[in-house]
Design a protein around this ligand. Structure first.
Ligand code: GLN
Length: 451
């Protein structure tokens, strides 16, 4: 009830939730109470959480923040949300995001922008929460839920976590099932938790993760006890500092927080090692070929016939055109056009195939470096939250936000953002930890020492 009251009080300003499911939350809370009384409580029993509106929830509208799915009510449940339900979580509602999870500022939602609960010192300007999981990040930061689910394709859990001063982890690709999660770029999409503390994320990921035969890329490995990893000794761990992440033009404050993180880990008994990931500089360019390519193919299903909205037309082609023109926003269209272009005959080899080859080189960088170190430490994003009206007019400028988060996505390795300090204007900044395949435990151990 307290969480719902917070949603009622603050959501009109923050716009973090697209749909609030108060009745469902109260029913789930009552069930959780009964389970607790019966001594059968799951690890999430009674915990109020927000669900990014990209996860299908049976009987509850799921929009992907797009007009094309504005009235879509899925007849099935995503595996991640089913797992959370099984463990007793209470769903407050569906959180806002960039349309189909494409964006870095939650500015492309058909349901309006989300406001970051943080403000610059002495200014009332509304700041972006980051994106695409901006609604989830703002909800958690403002107390409209103890945690929220996110999805991360190129940074959409980590960058908003950094902008809103919370913790978020993108687990290894294959750790959480993609079944029932609306697809953006299938070879990159990964669900993960966003919460106020590293330990909260540990409990939530433990519930969300696990093998699922309904997702062909789900990996059949046991889910460890992540909470047990929090607070574990860091003595002897080798922490790599990749030199390519000293981006030119990065604010000195971010560099300073990074150095502070290094000092903390050294004090905790870690060995700090300079390392190189030589193909980092190709990360963004490669991502913005592969992600739009997969997006153009995934979004082909919204044709006005199979799902969601339909705008009539004289012929079938007109029906497709009218529906898609009315249904998709500008950024989504831009991605579909880029993706269609790089996949078209004559350009496929020059762009898409080449990007896939570079992706292998980026992956190899990580494999090589993890032969020597256990974890990498970097900043999460090259800036703090920016104002809603400072949105760059050049979309490429916006894409630069993802410079530090994209490489781990391309490689499929797990990565976490932990709040590490504030800038001169009092805005939160996060540090990113990147780990070996399926070694989320070490991220939880190091993350809990940093927070
Ligand atoms: N900002 C990136 C993009 O716009 C990442 C989005 C995401 O991870 N879903 O594609």
């Amino acid at each position: 009830t307290a969480a719902l009251a917070a949603v009622e009080a603050l959501n009109p300003r923050l716009n973090a939730y697209i749909t609030v499911t108060g009745d469902q939350a109260l029913a789930q809370a009552a069930q959780a109470d009964a389970a607790i009384a019966a001594g059968e409580a799951g690890p999430m029993a009674g915990v109020p959480v927000g669900i990014k509106d990209l996860f299908c929830t049976k009987g509850v509208r799921t929009t992907a923040a797009s007009n094309i799915l504005r009235d879509f009510v899925p007849p099935y449940e995503s595996t991640v949300t089913a797992n959370l339900r099984r463990d007793g979580a209470v769903f407050l509602g569906k959180t806002n995001l960039d349309e189909f999870a494409m964006g870095s500022g939650n500015l492309t939602s058909a349901f309006g922008p989300v406001e970051n609960p943080w403000k610059r010192a002495g200014s009332d300007a509304a700041l972006v929460p980051g994106g695409s999981s901006g609604g989830s990040a703002a909800a958690v930061a403002a107390g409209l839920g103890f945690g929220a689910t996110g999805t991360d394709t190129g940074g959409s859990i980590r960058q908003p976590a950094s902008y809103c001063g919370i913790t978020g982890i993108k687990p290894t690709y294959g750790r959480c099932s993609r079944f029932g999660t609306i697809a953006f770029a299938s070879s990159l999409d990964q669900a993960g938790p966003m919460a106020r503390t590293v330990a909260d994320c540990a409990v939530m990921l433990g519930s969300m993760a696990g093998f699922d035969a309904q997702d062909s890329t789900s990996v059949d490995r046991p889910v460890p006890d992540y909470l047990a990893a929090c607070g574990r000794s860091l003595k002897g761990l080798r922490i790599g500092i990749p030199r390519e992440y000293h981006a030119p033009g990065m604010p000195a404050e971010i560099e300073a927080i990074w150095q502070q993180g290094i000092a903390w880990l050294r004090d905790a008994g870690c060995e700090i090692v300079d390392v190189s990931l030589p193909h980092t500089k190709y990360g963004l360019a490669t991502y913005y070929i592969i992600a739009p390519a997969e997006c153009s193919s995934n979004l082909a299903r919204y044709d006005g016939v199979r799902f969601g909205a339909r705008v009539a037309g004289g012929t079938l082609d007109e029906l497709y055109e009218n529906t898609r023109r009315a249904g998709f926003g500008d950024e989504t269209r831009r991605r579909i056009m880029m993706g269609t272009y790089v996949l078209s005959a004559g350009y496929y080899d020059a762009y898409y195939l080449k990007a896939q080859k570079v992706r292998s080189l980026i992956q190899r960088d990580f494999t090589d470096v993890f032969a020597d170190v256990d974890v990498l430490l970097t900043p999460t994003a090259p800036s703090a939250a920016f104002a809603q009206d400072e949105k760059p007019s050049d979309p490429v400028q916006m894409y630069l936000n993802d410079i530090f988060t994209v490489p781990a996505s391309m490689a499929g390795v797990p990565a976490m953002s932990v709040p590490a300090g504030v800038d001169a204007q009092g805005l939160p900044l996060g540090l990113q930890l990147i780990g070996r395949f399926f070694d989320e435990e070490t991220l939880f151990a190091v993350g809990s020492a940093l927070e």
